[in-house]
Design a protein around this ligand. Structure first.
Ligand code: AMP
Length: 187
């Protein structure tokens, strides 16, 4: 089983990805987590990505595609994967199609977790206050930029999958359990 999971910052994507990983014994491929690892290890890639991430802007497509290309071919992906936070631009989605075709891999489901913008701000503020500085980009002014970037660059990607009739939309303003159940019902 291979999935793509969409949702704006604070939609609960991480939580639902964990549920799917356990349920289907697959791996999560989070470009955000991969980039944060690069930042922590102070690699060249991490150094160049840090300021972009701290602003809530997007890292260049070339870097992201190269990361995904390498990751998706690792043996732990054989049983399936969840793409979390990728593709984030139309160009990334098109590059992904080519990559998957070359590797003869199919995406089984594209899931969008939809959440109202005000609720997102509320959730992120809560996350920031409960867990101090766990993420540099978890504060409301940067979050606003991340939501703006999501609308500008990522909503067209969602439309792309909708037009291909691959998209399933879930109401993310319900309890975690209900969101999980709705996702499982679709699958
Ligand atoms: P996330 O944890 O998915 O919210 O990602 C954190 C940050 O990493 C984003 O705000 C971007 O700066 C960067 N990032 C993660 N995934 C991508 C992607 N697919 N394309 C470009 N930038 C990304």
């Amino acid at each position: 089983m291979n999935f793509i999971l969409f949702g704006p910052p604070g939609a609960g994507k991480g939580t639902q990805a964990k549920m799917l990983i356990d349920k289907f014994n697959i791996v999560q491929i989070s470009t955000g987590n991969m980039l944060r690892d690069e930042v922590h290890s102070e690699s060249e890639l991490g150094k160049s990505a840090k300021s972009i991430m701290d602003r809530g802007d997007l890292v260049s497509d070339n870097i992201i595609i190269a990361m995904i290309n390498k990751r998706i071919q690792m043996s732990d992906c054989n049983n399936g994967f969840i793409l979390d936070g990728f593709p984030r631009t139309l160009n990334q989605a098109i590059e992904l199609d080519g990559l998957l075709e070359d590797l003869n891999i199919k995406i089984d489901n594209v899931i969008q977790i939809e959440v109202d913008e005000n609720l997102l701000l509320e959730r992120i503020n809560k996350r920031a206050s409960e867990n101090e500085s766990i993420r540099n980009d978890d504060n409301s002014s940067i979050l606003k930029n991340r939501i703006k970037v999501y609308k500008k660059d990522t909503v067209p990607v969602i439309d792309y999958y909708r037009n291909l009739k691959k998209l399933n939309t879930i109401n993310g303003m319900q309890s975690i359990q209900k969101v999980s159940q709705d996702i499982l019902n679709i699958l």
